[in-house]
Design a protein around this ligand. Structure first.
Ligand SMILES: *[C@@H]1O[C@H](CO)[C@@H](O)[C@H](O)[C@H]1NC(C)=O
Ligand SMILES: *[C@@H]1O[C@H](CO)[C@@H](O)[C@H](O)[C@H]1NC(C)=O
Ligand SMILES: *[C@@H]1O[C@H](CO)[C@@H](O)[C@H](O)[C@H]1NC(C)=O
Ligand SMILES: [Fe+2]
Length: 469
């Protein structure tokens, strides 16, 4: 072919790699279970047998660096007992920790006794067995602590959002449990219990706690809150936002100097994970804004190269559903995300899957400036995983044409996995429920935003005095 034509082809191919012109709108037609909640008498919600038997067992990271867990569970009959026995051997529990018990009411519903127990001072990279409950009703579980904080510590996170408790939710959970994920980054909207009335709201929180136990009792789920956690229901006399969520799902917020459990950070293996609240104030000078400003300065990419942010309402998403609901947070935080070279921002809320290119829109102001998102190598990739499978169904309509910032989008149920390999590389997959576990549908290899693709590059930059630009 003539040289000119050859060059043109090369330029077009390079172009499509560099910016958003090659975005994919997947037309995959998914088979769908009905979007209705699984009936309460189904075995996925089975109540464990025995007087006061612990149920709804779930764990979350309990400190900043992964040497503690918070173990939570509910007992129906008595407030006794909030202690955890634990140790390195099955059936032989050398240690014990004492927790606390709480309870609450919600429009006629009275919760069971909700126990939270901090188990700290753990060794890294160690399997612990634990036992809760008394006598014949006691139950045993285990978890594995993460490797110690290290820039090259490999670790696999699962990312799940908007889960609910339908047959699609069950499919997502089962697929996730086969994925090899070691910790879940949960991007909000847990039970969808707020779709119910009065007594049934609390009952559906309880059923959801039992539903996720097969995963959440054995590995931490890092929680963030969505709009379905707000439960501002004045018509039922309930006006205290996040009442059920805050009673049931504690977070280690004080370890990251946060004053509110709805926003906090944890470090795990080679990742620094920042959890934001889309439904708390974040305007300039508010507590969340001030906390994030401080927390970003505490990120040490030499120790935790992977900087990940979780929130519920996506900042970049081209679905018709909830379009631009993340815009107010974008105007406040996007320039920080770019300046601090955040690697990935995961969100939920929109019931479909979408991944962006690295783009930013930080040059616009009300007087002038570039008003469209532009390719930006320092910007995060934005990923929406609101496709857990709740009873509201899929958000199947996207803006057409696909915006240039959108790399891949599809309205199917599923979850993602992020396999961090070392300081430079992470393998990312979105897994559609309808495929077998080995058929990742959208796969990308991410180079770290701080180290790039070269584990020595940063040091050279530093030696040359150009680091942190
Ligand atoms: C919590 O449990 C105690 C002890 O059973 C009970 O007296 C109290 O009324 C309960 N509180 C709420 C808010 O349900
Ligand atoms: C607004 O944006 C333009 C173009 O980026 C820039 O030159 C100008 O200084 C900005 N104005 C303010 C007040 O930030
Ligand atoms: C990091 O992981 C990638 C992907 O497995 C590999 O190609 C690369 O050689 C690794 N780098 C180092 C320094 O081990
Ligand atoms: Fe939502």
């Amino acid at each position: 072919m003539p040289l000119f034509q050859f060059l043109l082809v090369v330029v077009l191919v390079l172009n499509s790699l560099e910016n958003g012109s090659a975005g994919i709108t997947s037309t995959y037609i998914r088979t769908e279970w009905p979007s209705t909640d699984i009936p309460l008498d189904n075995q996925v919600f089975e109540i464990p047998k025995g007087h006061n038997a612990p149920q709804q067992v779930h764990i979350t990271q309990g400190d900043y660096d992964g040497k503690a867990v918070i173990i939570s569970w509910v007992t129906a009959d008595e407030p006794c007992c909030s202690n955890v026995k634990y140790g390195l051997l099955d059936n032989k529990y050398e240690f014990s920790a004492q927790g606390i018990v709480t309870n609450y009411t919600f429009s006629g519903y009275k919760s069971g006794y909700i126990h939270h127990c901090l188990v700290d001072g753990l060794e890294y990279d160690t399997k612990y067995y634990y036992k809760i409950g008394e006598g014949d009703s006691s139950r045993e579980f285990w978890f594995q602590t993460p490797p110690k904080i290290d820039p090259d510590a490999p670790y696999t996170f699962g990312i799940i959002g908007d889960l609910g408790q339908t047959y699609n939710s069950l499919s997502t959970l089962e697929h996730y449990m086969q994925s090899g994920g070691q910790t879940v980054l949960f991007v909000g909207d847990l039970s969808y219990a707020d779709r119910y009335q009065h007594n049934d709201v609390g009952i559906r929180w309880d059923s959801w706690g039992r539903f996720v136990e097969p995963s959440a009792a054995y590995q931490p789920w890092i929680w963030s809150a969505g709009n379905h956690e707000i439960e501002y229901m004045p018509e039922m006399g309930e006006v205290l936002p996040f009442k059920s969520y805050l009673h049931r799902f504690p977070t280690p917020h004080t370890a990251s100097r946060s004053t509110n459990p709805l926003w906090y950070a944890v470090r795990r293996a080679s990742a620094h994970i920042i959890v934001l609240s889309s439904y708390s104030s974040y305007a300039k000078y508010t507590p969340q804004w001030r906390w994030l400003r401080e927390e970003l300065t505490r990120v040490d990419r030499d120790k935790t190269p992977w900087l990940i942010v979780l929130m519920h309402a996506p900042i970049y998403n081209s679905n018709l559903a909830h379009y631009m609901e993340g815009e107010s947070m974008r105007t406040v935080f996007e320039s920080w995300f770019v300046r601090f070279k955040v690697d990935l921002i995961f969100a939920g809320h929109v019931h479909a899957y979408e991944r962006s290119y690295r783009i930013s829109n930080i040059y616009y102001n009300v007087s002038s400036g570039d008003q469209y998102p532009v390719p930006d190598k320092s910007a995060p990739v934005y990923i929406t995983v609101g496709d857990g499978g709740n009873q509201e169904g899929l958000a199947g309509r996207f803006w057409d044409p696909q915006p240039e910032y959108s790399a891949f989008r599809e309205a199917s149920y599923g979850h993602s996995t992020l396999e961090i390999k070392n300081r430079t590389h992470a393998f990312y997959h979105w897994n559609r429920n309808d495929d077998g576990k080995n058929v990742p549908t959208d796969s990308v290899i991410f180079n770290n935003q701080y180290w790039g693709s070269n584990p020595h590059r940063r040091r050279h930059l530093k030696a040359g005095g150009h680091a942190g630009s």
